[in-house]
Design a protein around this ligand. Structure first.
Ligand SMILES: [Zn+2]
Length: 289
């Protein structure tokens, strides 16, 4: 089964929701970056959150980025998603090994440390929209809830989960965002709060064979799914883009590099794809400047 996202509302339109099953997307990212379990959880949660936030964008060409910078051993995480369900991301440090929390869970907040989360939405306007919050929790879902409340004035429930298997593969991954709509009834909000108290673990439910739709059904009454879309890990890097990157270094620097190196290898941060440029190719680029 491919990864997919759904969005919709409850029948009474008290809430809108987004749900995503992201096992393969997170698996591909963790494979490309060779992440240890705590990094897989941190990266996977951030990618799943960004994937759902991309469904809040209006146009396919709009983009949302989540940038986390912290003083923990991961250092930071950068994730980008576009309006068509393509998501890419990378951690600054992929090999982080810290003890689990006393409750046996991966210590994502410990790996991230004191951090700031920045959300950038490129909506094709002159200036991108930017919102920033201090990460009080560091577990990512709670931090996104805080971001929505402070930067977008929207009360939200954000649930993100990544279950890493003993062989470091991704066993389950997914997420749910439920947002309170402007005319929501108070009773509906308290009913959701009650249901959240008995909602245990998204990844455990997935592992038991429940779907994201089942879980949204556990939290909301009479759900209306308006859209289902595919999502995947996909990087839009290319040789042409890398060439543009080289050009931006400037003629003088490129000439210097040419003297010192026989060829240059550029690596895409997001997907680890390698691009080689020979001395002759760099000479051509310099000539074209
Ligand atoms: Zn790439």
């Amino acid at each position: 089964m491919k990864d997919y996202m759904i969005r919709g509302t409850d029948k009474e339109r008290n809430f809108r929701f987004f749900g995503a099953n992201t096992k393969h997307m997170v698996g591909t990212a963790c494979d490309k970056h060779q992440t240890t379990p705590v990094v897989s959880a941190a990266l996977g949660r951030t990618m799943t959150g960004a994937a759902m936030m991309s469904r809040m964008l209006k146009r396919d060409s709009d983009r949302v980025s989540i940038i986390i910078k912290g003083d923990g051993p991961i250092g930071g995480i950068i994730v980008e998603a576009d309006g068509t369900g393509n998501v890419k991301g990378y951690p600054y440090h992929a090999q982080v090994d810290i003890p689990n929390k006393p409750n046996g869970k991966l210590d994502v907040s410990g790996a991230i440390g004191n951090a700031v989360m920045t959300v950038i939405k490129d909506l094709g306007l002159k200036e991108p929209y930017t919102g920033q919050v201090a990460m009080l929790s560091g577990e990512i879902a709670e931090d996104l809830t805080f971001y929505f409340a402070t930067s977008e004035q929207t009360n939200s429930v954000v649930i993100l989960g990544v279950l890493v298997d003993v062989d470091y593969s991704i066993k389950e991954a997914g997420g749910i965002i439920i947002q309170v709509l402007p005319n929501a009834k108070d009773e509906a909000i308290s009913a959701l709060e009650d249901k959240l108290k008995s909602f245990e673990s998204l990844t455990e439910y997935l592992d038991e064979g429940k779907s994201i739709e089942d879980m949204i059904g556990m939290l909301l009454d009479e759900v209306d799914i308006m859209e289902e879309t595919e999502i995947e890990f996909r990087c839009d890097c290319s040789r042409h883009r890398m060439e543009r990157g080289l050009i931006s270094i400037g003629k003088k620097e490129l000439e210097e590099i040419m003297q010192e190196e026989e060829n240059i290898e550029l690596v895409c941060h997001f997907c680890n794809e390698k691009y080689q440029f020979s001395q002759d190719e760099i000479r051509e680029i310099v000539k074209s400047l």
